[in-house]
Design a protein around this ligand. Structure first.
Ligand code: PGA
Length: 237
């Protein structure tokens, strides 16, 4: 399978800039699979305007059914506009919006129930890394955040100390966590069909090495994915 590159544009772009980047991307072919996590209000328009590109949501509501939940966007609503992927439990949501593992698991379950593949983020803080306690923390995050399902799930390992910092773990450290996750999954009832991606300060300089030696199926790219030339380099590296 081609490596998966997930561009996480967060809340960074207005509609014109979003369309401009998509205009560039749609003309190119890549040897990797691109998934663009754009802002929710643009998704229906982008799907319509760029049928060749694949879009993801950056979050879904914890509420399972349609109803009186002002401001929320449900997995079923996203699915009804043709969205098949959603990032769930990004550390920025866990930190800024106090999303716990059980919130993340419920949101991921809502996705799965409505035909959306969740991209579930886990990752340890710098303190946990320093205290050498990170493996137990990650195992707990895995077990409490990930629904027990046989449907496809994408797990994104994103150490908090690497997001937006220009600091990346060594490929040895990434592989260590990739092995840890694969072992945990092999020994549990977790999804049978798992893809594993790495995220945190990925750029065109380090992407190839991480994909090659980190033993991951893809990359979740934030800052570098906002620069079209960088993103294209990553997609062609
Ligand atoms: P970054 O962000 O690539 O800018 O570090 C990654 C992410 O937050 O998903």
């Amino acid at each position: 399978m081609n490596s998966l590159i997930i561009a996480n544009w967060k809340m960074n772009l207005n509609l014109n800039d979003t369309i401009q980047i998509c205009d560039h991307l749609v003309e190119k072919t890549f040897d990797k699979t691109l998934l663009i996590a754009a802002s929710t209000p643009y998704l229906a328009l982008l799907k319509h305007k760029f049928p060749r590109l694949v879009f993801a949501a950056q979050d879904v509501s914890i509420k399972q059914e349609l109803g009186a939940f002002t401001g929320e966007v449900s997995a079923s609503q996203l699915h009804s506009i043709g969205i098949n992927y959603a990032i769930i439990g990004h550390s920025e949501r866990r930190t800024n919006f106090t999303e716990t593992d059980s919130v993340v698991r419920q949101k991921a379950t809502n996705c799965i129930n409505k035909g959306i593949t969740p991209i579930i983020c886990i990752g340890e803080s710098a303190e946990l890394r320093k205290e050498r306690n990170y493996k137990n923390f990650l195992i707990d995050q895995l077990h409490f955040s990930i629904p027990k399902t046989e449907k496809q799930i994408i797990i994104a390992y994103e150490p908090l100390w690497s997001i937006g910092t220009n600091i990346t773990p060594t490929t040895f450290e990434i592989k260590e966590i990739a092995d840890l996750i694969k072992n945990e999954i092999a020994n549990s009832l977790l999804a049978k069909s798992i893809l594993l991606v790495y995220g945190g300060s990925v750029n065109s300089e380090n992407s190839r090495k991480i994909l090659k030696f980190g033993q991951v199926d893809g990359l979740l790219v934030g800052g570098a994915s906002l620069i079209t030339t960088e993103l294209i380099k990553i997609l062609n590296s």
